[in-house]
Design a protein around this ligand. Structure first.
Ligand code: GLC
Length: 520
């Protein structure tokens, strides 16, 4: 049963979703207490960001033990209870997997630091001597995605400088050496560990990472930093051909467990190279960044949709869609902020939910939350330090969910939230929005419900209609379901059909700017 093919998957940023024990950080018991809400929202599955043992240098994407739960989030018993409760609510549970790197606190890395150059302990990572006779220059010119060099030099107990190790992200996230069989065996063990506990799938972090070219050559492209640059193609740090063998191994394990899936974070722009990750013996789904990068302009949105469809056309996979996530500015802010940004984010929610394939919704997106302007002293993302305080990082779009009531915790926590929650959250809480039929939450609920029940949401192909400049309209092929979007500054006529749902009020029967409509 390929439940993921038309699913709406809700991304839970575990730290920021719901805190049951009052320490100000979200946890597994908190998620369990909100499953009723997710059922009401109508989503099919939830994806949990990493909750494994971690010193939290990158808030859990630095994993010290991939087969245990960090105490701040709970324990394995809480996880087992959560899996069971999730299934009782009719939802699937997908967990994150971080195979490109470990934490520098992982026992393997600590052993590597204690061991000598050339030792088997160091061979699980990428240790190299530095350049220049004194070894004082990094082994190559690669930069970290989070800023600064991708190499850090280690020192012996007596302070004597030694080798360098590779980290494509923060220095606390050393890259694993994927030519080492121990690394493969350990990932397989991790996969089975969670599959045996009942998870329905994995979201694979940096699925275009892992493998590195022989000799780790210098590169021009690698000197760019940033999590979502214009494109990484031609960049030796990512999308190396050998990575496909890793995905084949993962798939071979998953194939022993019916109904489980893997979705990779595949940040590869070229459609043909993207499609390679979705061959029948690799990933089931590729997380797609095109809509996340597209501005609010009909032509750009259409281009993103067409490329996404093209990139899966030759393989059996369905496309994926997202306008939000824990690494990008929230749609309300990205599209212009305030009422304008909210109107546009609502319109884009209708566009994504009309598309064939798998839709990802990031927690708080359904509430129309904006980014939060955080004071410098509140910032925790490693990007802030590594960029020398020139980039503020991702905390602004990771502020905890407002559930009900007022400051400081808005029902998220009875303690002090790990990032400050702003006063404007009072009007955006789940409780407020559930009462208001015009709220963004009510719109998203209705759209998810129609997507599930209306017969127009079938098939995998789209037909584009001619549309005025700045507008787009498509039909799900073989059905009567039409989605129209107006990104121009004039109201336009609607395509023929009965209006099913609009993202904002119509203007005398016309589709106003910054608005989308579904018709049938
Ligand atoms: C992915 C994650 C991001 C994380 C990085 C390193 O891009 O989405 O949050 O920082 O990988 O693991």
């Amino acid at each position: 049963m390929q439940w993921w093919r038309e699913a709406v998957v809700y991304q839970v940023y575990v730290r920021s979703f719901s805190d049951a024990d009052g320490d100000g950080v979200g946890d597994l018991d908190g998620i369990r207490s909100r499953l009723g809400y997710l059922e009401l929202l109508g989503v099919d599955a939830i994806w949990l960001t990493p909750f494994y043992t971690s010193p939290m240098a990158d808030h859990g994407y630095d994993v010290a033990d991939p087969r245990d739960v960090d105490p701040v989030f709970g324990d394995l018993a809480a996880f087992d209870t959560l899996v069971e409760a999730t299934h009782e609510h009719g939802l699937k549970l997908v967990v994150d997997l971080v195979p490109n790197h470990t934490s520098s606190e992982h026992e393997w890395f600590r052993a590597a630091l204690d061991a000598a150059p050339g030792s088997p302990e160091r061979a699980r990572y990428h240790f190299r001597a530095g350049r220049r006779p004194d070894g004082a220059q990094p082994p190559n010119n690669w930069t970290s995605v989070f800023g600064g060099p991708a190499w850090t030099r280690v020192h012996a107990a007596d302070g004597e400088p030694g080798e360098w190790y590779l980290h494509l992200f923060s220095a606390e996230q050393p890259d694993l050496n994927w030519t080492n069989p121990e690394v493969w065996a350990d990932l397989e063990k991790t996969l089975r560990f969670w599959l045996d506990r009942g998870v329905d799938g994995f979201r694979i972090d940096v699925a275009h990472g892992m493998s590195k070219p022989d000799g780790l050559p210098d590169s021009m492209a690698a000197t760019r930093s940033g999590l979502l640059p214009g494109g990484r193609d031609g960049d030796p740090r990512f999308d190396h051909d050998d990575v496909h063998d890793v995905h084949r191994m993962i798939r071979a394990v998953l194939d022993h467990y019916p109904g489980r899936m893997a979705v990779g974070e595949v940040s590869v722009r070229d459609d043909a190279r993207f499609a390679r990750y979705l061959r029948p013996d690799e990933l089931h789904l590729g997380f797609n960044f095109r809509l996340l990068r597209a501005p609010f302009e009909a032509a750009a949105v259409r281009d993103a949709v067409e490329h996404s469809l093209a990139s899966v056309a030759g393989v059996a996979a369905t496309p994926t869609w997202a306008i939000a996530g824990h690494d990008v500015s929230r749609p309300v802010t990205r599209y212009g902020g305030g009422e304008l940004g909210t109107a546009r984010a609502r319109a884009m929610a209708l566009v994504t939910l009309a598309l064939p394939g798998t839709v990802f919704v990031y927690n708080g997106e359904e509430l129309g939350l904006p980014d939060v302007d955080l004071p410098d002293e509140a910032l925790q993302d490693p990007v802030w330090e590594r960029s020398g305080h020139t980039e503020r990082g991702r905390d602004a779009f990771r502020v905890p969910m407002p559930w009900e009531g007022g400051a400081p915790g808005y029902g998220f926590t009875e303690g002090v939230p790990w990032l400050p929650m702003p006063p404007e959250y009072g009007e955006l809480t789940v409780a407020e929005q559930l009462e208001d039929t015009a709220s963004t939450l009510s719109l998203v609920r209705r759209a998810v419900e129609l997507r599930r029940r209306h017969p127009g949401f079938t098939g995998t192909e789209l037909e584009w209609f001619g549309a005025p400049v700045g507008c787009l309209a498509f039909r799900r092929a073989g059905t009567t379901l039409v989605c129209a979007l107006n990104t121009s500054d004039q109201a336009v006529a609607l395509p023929p059909g009965d209006v099913l749902l609009t993202s904002g009020p119509l203007d005398d029967g016309l589709l106003p700017p910054d608005t989308a409509a579904w018709l049938a």
